[in-house]
Design a binder for this molecule. Structure first.
Ligand code: SF4
Ligand code: SF4
Length: 435
């Protein structure tokens, strides 16, 4: 066992309202410069939806680019030596600016200089890249307008996978928000794909950074990251990505997105993991085993053997104490309510999610019960608005049983706390029912 420390984040999706405060404050802090207009280190996706950049989850389209194979190692997908060389030099498998969205402002001269006329003039969208007026045809959260309707199934690769299992009648449509930053992976394919060795994972806290002096603008990291969380700055010719706000972390402050989140849904903290076991965990043959394999990598910071090994491996004692206080270990490994995003990408992502419990449709309609009511607790889970299969495609490579267990636990916790908050004796049998 070789113990290393890692900064990680858990987000509680039931609390996200899609307000984008996190995105805007992050942008003001980190990407408020020429060349990064289209860049959102933090974005908040509409689900179901195409994501940002659009359809990034359809990994088949990056064929010819990179993939992590079942041994957890990165390899070029293009066959043959010549094709591989050609791929390296041309690197065509990247999202286009239209897939991110062409950033725009408004041409206010159409308001200020407008002559007197019958209709109110409107400010025309104007491209921030070309300065020309433009027709806006796509941007992030475009899917909001579809309101989770069946139309999104055409565009959302995850929803398309389970299309035969979900009913998308009007009253059964669903929508929630998925905030995303770089995953600061334990097995980062962006770093493995960089020919210049410019991307590195900090040994002290696992934050993945781009050395701007070493970056030569190959953009292999853009095609190599399955989450598409490295961006190319067209002004500087260098790659840029979320830094987990390391200058703030180093002085004990939270990331900007976590500090400004109005839903208070982002938990951040240090965790300890076994660095010797990462590749083995990333190479379990069955995608369904990846969640458990990834969870098992994370060590119990209260275990005396782990503490001794961490001290032996040079982790400062106050860092070990920080890991013991961290909510991350508790949410992932003690309560087991947090799940990794797309574990099947095999990069061992370190931003985890508590799946949304969401409102209940049938039960509310028929009986008035909801997911917090002890009299009908698990029946309510069976009538969740968001199809469990959809959440499983996002967080467990399709393993519905794991998500079902997490949602039941969340419902039981709500029910238990409702009793306490209402001044009633909580039902002591509830915790045991979902343990
Ligand atoms: Fe690298 Fe992408 Fe993982 Fe971030 S999410 S560490 S950019 S592979
Ligand atoms: Fe969601 Fe918080 Fe971001 Fe608002 S600030 S979109 S609630 S993560």
């Amino acid at each position: 066992m070789r113990v290393m420390a890692q900064m990680a984040m858990v987000m509680n999706l039931d609390k996200c309202i899609g307000c984008h405060t996190c995105s805007v404050t992050c942008k003001q802090a980190w990407t408020n410069r020429t060349g990064t207009e289209y860049v959102w280190f933090n974005n908040v996706e509409t689900r179901p939806g195409q994501g940002y950049p659009r359809t990034y989850e359809d990994q088949e389209q990056w064929k010819g680019g990179w993939e992590l194979n079942k041994r957890g190692r990165l390899k070029l997908r293009a066959g043959g030596r010549f094709k591989k060389l050609a791929t390296i030099f041309s690197n065509p498998k990247m999202p286009s600016i239209q897939d991110y969205y062409e950033p725009w402002t408004y041409d206010y001269s159409t308001l200020t200089d407008a002559p007197a006329q019958e209709h109110t003039p409107v400010a025309r969208p104007q491209s921030l890249l070309t300065g020309k007026n433009m027709k806006v045809e796509w941007s992030s959260n475009w899917d909001d307008n579809l309101g989770g309707s069946a139309a999104t199934a055409k565009h959302d690769p995850m929803l398309a996978k389970i299309a035969d299992k979900v009913r998308m009648e009007f009253e059964e449509t669903f929508m929630f928000y998925l905030p995303r930053i770089c995953e600061h992976c334990l097995n980062p394919s962006c770093a493995a794909s960089c020919p210049s060795g410019a991307i590195y994972k900090r040994s002290e806290d696992g934050i993945v950074l781009v050395d701007q002096d070493r970056c030569r603008g190959w953009r292999m990291c853009v095609s190599g990251c399955p989450y598409k969380k490295v961006y190319f700055n067209h002004k500087t010719g260098k790659a840029e990505k979320c830094t987990f706000c390391f200058p703030r972390i180093e002085v004990g402050l939270p990331t900007v997105c976590a500090e400004t989140c109005v839903g208070r849904l982002r938990y951040i903290g240090l965790i300890l993991y076994d660095a010797d076991a990462v590749l083995e965990a990333a190479s379990v043959p069955d995608d369904h085993d990846l969640y458990e394999a990834q969870r098992a990598l994370l060590l119990d910071p209260n275990d005396s053997e782990v503490v001794r090994a961490a001290e032996r491996d040079g982790i400062p004692h106050d860092w070990i104490e920080a890991a013991q206080r961290s909510p991350i270990h508790a949410l992932i490994n003690v309560f087991k309510v947090a799940l990794p995003l797309h574990p099947e990408y095999r990069t061992m992502p370190m931003v985890w999610y508590i799946p949304p419990l969401s409102p209940v449709v049938d039960v509310v309609k028929d009986t008035g019960y909801d997911a917090e009511d002890r009299t009908n607790l698990f029946a309510a889970i069976d009538a969740l608005r968001i199809p469990i299969e959809y959440l499983a495609e996002l967080f467990t490579a399709g393993d519905v049983a794991v998500v079902d267990k997490v949602l039941k636990k969340l419902a039981a916790m709500r029910c238990y706390m409702r009793d306490i908050n209402m001044g009633r004796e909580p039902d002591a049998s509830i915790p045991a029912a979902v343990d």
